[in-house]
Each structure stands twice: as structure tokens, then as C-alpha cells.
Design a protein around this ligand. Structure first.
Ligand code: GLN
Length: 309
């Protein structure tokens, strides 16, 4: 059920949207591919989903945008559900303190990436999901369609092609880890899956709903279990400590919720046991996090008192 009428969270969303409207700077839109560079940094949408599937939203909350690294949360959950703790032999769970596409730590740590949310770690996760399922991106799409209830969710071929055309850095990460034996699939197969994953397009409403399994301690929308309660806690913990790259400390300080950002300008956040949020505004700060998005989440937890602390 999608409700836009004035229920509990609606007034606070309206209030935040009005504040965001008055914000002077909105950051810079990602320009490493043309499809992202074309977005207007003044766009803003925000949605809150409750555990029963009720969604509140404001602004551009139904506008599809490029999810990019938000998908790293879902691929992590899908792999963790299949291999449990074995996964942590191939990818760490410590904050990196480095940019999302950094190569530097890999050499010192024998090709084991610091965490699943920097690109190197996400490539390992997608590689393992590909080995387990034969179609990592397809598995992700099926999961997001079913959790959001939106069967029209899809990949954006232009964005995927553009990612591939500008994919030297991700290719370098994949090759470097393969040299340490930490990649199981042929690199072109892995990169094709990863770029399609990044190209998935969805709205704040779709993503807030698709994230509710993490607020439901691992239970999917239909009541079946994807993750154990403990695994859901683990994913939330890794989001809190690693979800916004080298700004994770500042994000925890300001917002106080497990969150994950993407260079498309989206951020998803979880209030365990209560609700999820998704905010979108394409203007980014220098660390690749949405400026208005972080500000809006900061205001949400401040105004409502809802946080994990
Ligand atoms: N497609 C982007 C990349 O791999 C995703 C990064 C991000 O959203 N932070 O570089």
C-alpha cells in the first residue's frame, strides 16, 4: 500500500523537503559517465517505508534514478544468505578510510578488499554471487522486483554500456584481485555483471521498500527469511561503518543510522525494527555522497529522534 496522505512520517518529510529547497549548495553531479552528468542537482526525493509496506514520500520520490552502489547492500545480503561466514574469508569488514574506487589497500592485504561496499569488495561479492547463481545481476533484479512490488524495475543499458566504456579502474581492481586468486569468474563476465548491477534504475519508494528486510531482521516482504537475525544485524553494522566510504564516521555522527550511498545520488538507511528510508538528490560531495541526501537524513533523525543510538 502506498500512502501519500498525512500519516505519521508525512509532515516531517514535507518539512525536510522545504528545508532542502532553501539549501544553497547541492554539490556536483557525478560526471564520469554522461548519463549521470545530465541529471539536475536540484532534484530531491525522499521516502520512508514502514515494515508493513506503507510508504510515505515527498518530492521526486517516485522518480527512477541510477542506484549504482546502493545495489552493493542487496548483493551482499544475497551472498551472505547463501554462504554465511565463509564469505568473510574473501572480503573484510573494516572501514577503508579511502575513496570507494581505491586500489591502495589491496596490495597490503593480499587481494582481500577491506569491506563489501567499496568497489573492490563489491566486485568480490558479485563474483561469488555469479558463481553461486550463474546470473548475479538477474538474481539482484528478481529480488528487488519482488521486495519493492515493482515488476517494471530494470537495468539501464545506456548506463551499463557507459560504465563499461569508462571501466578501467574497476577492471584494474578485478584483475589485481584475480592475481591473488580472489576472483572465480572470467573478468569480462564479472565486469559485465557488475556494470549491469550498477545500472539498475529504481525510485526512492522502490528502494525504501526493497530495504525493509533489513529493518525486519532478515524477513522478506512475503514473510520468508532471507537472512538470520544475526546476519541482518551484520549487514546493518557494515552499512554503518563502511556504507559511505571515507565519510562513514561523519555519516554515523550526523545521521546515526546504517546507510549506503551511491554516486547516482541515492542513499538508503535502516532503522532496525521500525522503518527504512531512501533519499535521492544527484549533487555529490567530494567523497561521492549526496549533499542534500545526507542533510535530509541528518534532519530526519534529528527532528524525529529516531536513530540506532
Ligand atoms: N558504478 C560506480 C563505480 O563502480 C559505482 C560507484 C558508486 O556508486 N560509489 O565506480
Amino acid at each position: 500500500v502506498i500512502m501519500t496522505s498525512s500519516m505519521t512520517f508525512q509532515p516531517v518529510l514535507e518539512h525536510i523537503a522545504a528545508e532542502v529547497e532553501r539549501m544553497p549548495g547541492r554539490g556536483r553531479v557525478a560526471d564520469y559517465i554522461p548519463a549521470l552528468a545530465a541529471r539536475d542537482p536540484r532534484r530531491f526525493g525522499m521516502a520512508v517505508a514502514e515494515l508493513d509496506g506503507t510508504v510515505y514520500g515527498v518530492g521526486d520520490w517516485r522518480e527512477p534514478f541510477s542506484t549504482q552502489s546502493l545495489t552493493k547492500v542487496f548483493t551482499l545480503a544475497l551472498v551472505l544468505a547463501r554462504e554465511g561466514d565463509e564469505l568473510w574469508e574473501y572480503v573484510g569488514r573494516e572501514p577503508s578510510g579511502n575513496p570507494f574506487n581505491s586500489l591502495v589497500q589491496l596490495e597490503y592485504e593480499n587481494g582481500i578488499p577491506r569491506n563489501p561496499f567499496i568497489n573492490a569488495g563489491a566486485l568480490v561479492v558479485t563474483d561469488r554471487l555469479q558463481t553461486r547463481t550463474g546470473d548475479a545481476a538477474g538474481e539482484l533484479l528478481t529480488f528487488l522486483r519482488s521486495e519493492s512490488g515493482n515488476a517494471r524495475l530494470d537495468f539501464d543499458k545506456d548506463i551499463a554500456d557507459s560504465e563499461a566504456a569508462h571501466g578501467d579502474r574497476n577492471a584494474a581492481l578485478a584483475h589485481f584481485m584475480a592475481a591473488y586468486g580472489n576472483i572465480g569468474n572470467p573478468i569480462p563476465v564479472l565486469l559485465d555483471q557488475y556494470f549491469r548491477q550498477c545500472s539498475l534504475t529504481a525510485s526512492c519508494a522502490d528502494l525504501a521498500l526493497a530495504t525493509t528486510f533489513l529493518a525486519r531482521h532478515g524477513l522478506r516482504a512475503d514473510g520468508s527469511r532471507l537472512l538470520t537475525q544475526s546476519q541482518a544485524k551484520q549487514v546493518n553494522a557494515v552499512m554503518l561503518t563502511c556504507g559511505t566510504y571515507d565519510a562513514a564516521g561523519d555519516f554515523a555522527y550526523r545521521v546515526g543510522l546504517p546507510g549506503k550511498s551511491g554516486v547516482g545520488g541515492g542513499i538508503i538507511a535502516v532503522v532496525p525494527g521500525r522503518c527504512t528510508l531512501c533519499v535521492w538528490s544527484p549533487g555529490l560531495d567530494e567523497r561521492g555522497n549526496s549533499v542534500a541526501g545526507v542533510a535530509a537524513l541528518d534532519r530526519f533523525t534529528t527532528l524525529t529522534g529516531v536513530s540506532v543510538f
